[in-house]
Ligand binder design. Structure first.
Ligand code: NAD
Ligand code: MG
Length: 392
């Protein structure tokens, strides 16, 4: 069998590095076609030498020229392209059978849509892309004849727990609820007032997972779970009232599906993103992902609690945005991206994130069934509005 070609959007990030780890374990099955790294040029250089992609993509022409020079002197023939259009081009390359979408934030939307239109197997880590574009994304997958495989651990767990061949009809599949588990993040037990003073490093100290800084802050605010509710809505065609969130601090159960007969099917494993990445890559087969097997006798116990929407208002805001539909999720996401960046820079406090998102949802006018241009326009307006909330 010829190895399958893979393009990695966001190769230098946490998901990208884990994906390359899985690829390296199976050189007979996968070969790297393109890698993108935005501004992390040193890491991208090392990856190019190790995986010899045809193309690498960086943010701008200066970085591209510098990387090309370094690669040539090391004997590499990888071409270096740059800019947003190049991200879309590598997502469409005919040699790529699958595209890992692992850019963080709405910046990954266009290249992920390009992969969907081009009929690739889309391995979706970049939840923001789906949250922003919703119906348009699902339509692009269908029209392009693409395959959409969830990499987010909760959605990958639900995908594994749904009946094989699930085609978007919960009732027909006998499903009563999708149950997303949440670790609760580093501030699960912290009083509300104490959250006023937490630092970016405190927020990024996740109890169970090592991830990029933006998603780490989202996990601490529970906005990540809110984005995941919207993601689950689109991936599995599930209305909000059939998506539950339960806090499960040990992150052993990655999510569950409850059926009408009372059965609950769950997927369990060590908290290691290589499991969902490998499953999305190899589905319907399974491959070694290098993950430590779960040792049940070493587990101290599994516990569950309801999420506290008072202390974690971001989760409620996401449910509200999903109910408002149209471009509300895009506005929620854009405001959150701006607020999280400001928090990571030390310009606002942790509790200001929810305030900025709520004020932006109130302050930007919404529309019901936007096309891509108006979604991107609303995304831009929301960013301007959110920045004005931060400046005051
Ligand atoms: P990260 O910050 O570690 O990596 C982000 C990647 O995106 C890097 O390769 C970076 O160079 C690239 N990038 C950043 N800004 C860009 C821009 N403007 N244009 C082009 N490329 C850009 O993030 P991560 O933790 O790997 O997360 C990536 C995505 O996967 C996010 O959407 C996140 O929500 C999702 N996700 C991550 C995890 C995890 O365990 N890390 C789990 C589930 C879902
Ligand atoms: Mg997740």
């Amino acid at each position: 069998m010829k190895p399958q070609g893979i393009t990695l959007l966001g190769a230098t990030g946490s998901i990208g590095v884990n994906t390359l780890d899985v690829v390296a374990r199976h050189p007979d099955r996968y070969r790297v076609v393109a890698l993108t790294g935005h501004r992390q040029v040193d890491r991208l250089y090392e990856q190019c030498l190790a995986f010899a992609p045809a193309v690498a993509v960086v943010a701008d022409a200066t970085a591209a020229a510098a990387l090309t020079a370094r690669l040539r002197s090391a004997g590499s023939r990888t071409e270096v392209w740059h800019g947003p259009a190049a991200l879309e081009e590598v997502a469409r390359l005919p040699e790529a059978d699958m595209v890992m979408s692992a850019i963080v934030g709405a910046a990954g939307l266009r290249p992920t849509l390009a992969a969907a239109h081009a009929g690739k197997r889309v391995l979706l880590a970049n939840k923001e892309a789906l949250v922003v574009s919703g119906r348009l994304f699902i339509d692009a997958v269908q029209k392009g004849g693409a395959e959409l495989l969830p990499v987010d651990s909760e959605h990958n767990a639900i995908f594994q727990s749904l009946p094989h061949g699930y085609a978007g009809d919960l009732d027909k599949a006998g499903v009563s609820k999708l149950i997303l588990t949440a670790s609760g993040g580093p501030f699960r037990q912290l009083p509300f007032e104490a959250m006023r003073h937490v630092s970016a490093d405190d927020a990024c100290r996740h109890p169970n997972w090592v991830m990029g800084r933006k998603i780490s802050v989202d996990s601490a605010s529970l906005m990540n779970k809110g984005l995941e509710v919207i993601e689950a809505h689109w991936l599995f065609n599930a209305p909000a009232e059939r998506i539950d969130v339960v806090v499960h601090p040990q992150s052993v159960i990655h999510s569950m599906v409850q059926y009408v007969d009372g059965s609950v099917v769950a997927q369990l494993g060590s908290p290691d993103m290589r499991t969902p990445i490998a499953y999305a890559m190899s589905w319907p087969e399974r491959i070694d992902a290098g993950v430590k097997p779960l040792d049940f006798t070493a587990l101290s116990g599994l516990s569950f609690e309801a999420p506290d929407l008072q202390r974690f208002p971001c989760l409620q805001l996401a449910f509200d945005a999903l109910a408002a539909a149209g471009d509300a999720p895009a506005v929620l996401n854009a405001a959150n991206e701006v607020a999280v960046a400001a928090f990571l820079d030390g310009r606002i406090g942790f509790l200001d994130i929810a305030r900025v998102v709520a004020d932006t949802l109130d302050g930007v006018s919404l529309s019901a069934s936007p096309d891509l241009d108006s979604l991107l326009q609303r995304d831009a307006e929301a960013r301007v509005f959110a920045r004005s909330c931060i400046a005051t």
